[in-house]
Design a binder for this molecule. Structure first.
Ligand SMILES: Nc1ncnc2c1ncn2[C@@H]1O[C@H](COP(=O)(O)OP(=O)(O)OP(=O)(O)O)[C@@H](O)[C@H]1O
Ligand SMILES: CC(C)(CO)[C@@H](O)C(=O)[O-]
Ligand code: BAL
Length: 285
């Protein structure tokens, strides 16, 4: 079946009906998994869709470059927009429904109410992108309310975003199961990202220090050694402008202490030229 494209709530209601979401099937009612994206789809997004197909009878992909999560000096206007290619990828991956609203459909000019990411939204990524996680949570909650999925799939690459969405689901009692998906990488380790297309060949070479640092850190046995070894790799790449390298609790994003036992996330953010990249790995201590 062709992908149905919806641009607003009315079209979504019709599309859900046309696809047969909620209709009786042998296992109960046909379910829907949502994969929220900002478009410029790549192999990482494809893997999210494949996981979503395992979790529900139908998959919806949303494509929306959310102005609320970009700071005034960030790349909102130049963010890659490749809608036709995105639709082809969705069709090839068996997506039933694409929700691609216009900014005017999502936000009234005098919008008043949004979601606060609280203290957790002001640390690590939030310390460098003030208001970013508020903007993410606000649009994700709106997408949930509009598309009404049973399941939603997010990439581990945006680890703090995933942790905060899980937290929003708990704090606001959302009836949606939040699923995390592993980070897809190029053969040389670079995490796939829509922003990789901004990188010059030299930038791309320098960007490899991020995954190299994370992998080298993850081989160490204590928080101190993990941080020291990862920093040393980053310092060896002078073209990188480091925002942060942290070793944090996966649920709270608070820095872990030297006696931490269990999982932790080693996360990095840096600018390579004018492109800001993030990456992380899960380590077990
Ligand atoms: N390499 C990847 N592997 C798995 N999931 C990914 C990967 N890159 C992005 N995602 C996930 O895809 C979803 C949509 O992300 P988004 O459209 O912002 O893509 P992106 O490549 O992360 O873009 P950006 O360059 O803006 O960070 C998010 O849940 C994100 O975590
Ligand atoms: C979750 C999301 C689609 C919200 O705009 C975005 O932050 C992203 O692409 O990761
Ligand atoms: N992938 C996270 C979206 C952002 O950087 O704004």
């Amino acid at each position: 079946m062709d992908v149905i494209v919806a641009g607003d709530r009315t079209e979504l209601v019709k599309a859900r009906e046309a696809v047969g979401i909620g209709e009786k099937v042998s296992s109960g009612k046909a379910t829907l998994a949502l994969v929220p994206t900002m478009g410029a789809l790549h192999e990482g997004h494809r893997s999210l869709v494949r996981l979503a197909r395992e979790k529900a009878d139908h998959v919806a992909v949303s494509i929306f470059v959310n102005p609320l999560q970009f700071g005034p000096t960030e790349d909102f206007s130049r963010y890659p927009r490749t809608f036709d290619a995105d639709l082809e990828i969705c069709a090839a991956e068996g997506v039933s429904l694409v929700f691609a609203p216009a900014a005017e459909t999502m936000y009234l000019p005098d919008r008043q109410v949004g979601v606060s990411a609280g203290g957790m939204g002001a640390i690590v990524e939030g310390a460098f992108r003030p208001g970013h996680l508020d903007g993410v949570l606000t649009v994700v909650l709106k997408l949930f309310n509009l598309v009404q999925p049973d399941v939603a799939v997010f990439g581990q690459k945006d680890a703090q975003q995933l942790a905060m969405i899980r937290r929003m689901a708990v704090d606001l009692d959302l009836p949606i199961s939040i699923v995390g998906a592993p980070t897809i990488r190029e053969a040389d380790g670079l995490a796939l990202s829509s922003r990789n297309r901004y990188l010059s060949p030299n930038d791309r070479r320098a960007a490899l220090a991020l995954s190299r640092a994370l992998f080298a850190g993850a081989e160490q046995r204590t928080p101190g050694e993990i941080r020291r070894v990862a920093h040393a790799v980053l310092e060896g790449e002078p073209s990188l402008n480091l925002d942060y390298l942290v070793l944090v609790n996966p649920a709270t994003f608070a820095e872990v202490g030297e006696n931490h036992a269990g999982e932790a996330i080693l996360a990095v953010a840096a600018k390579v030229g004018s492109t800001r990249l993030i990456d992380n790995v899960i380590v077990t201590l």
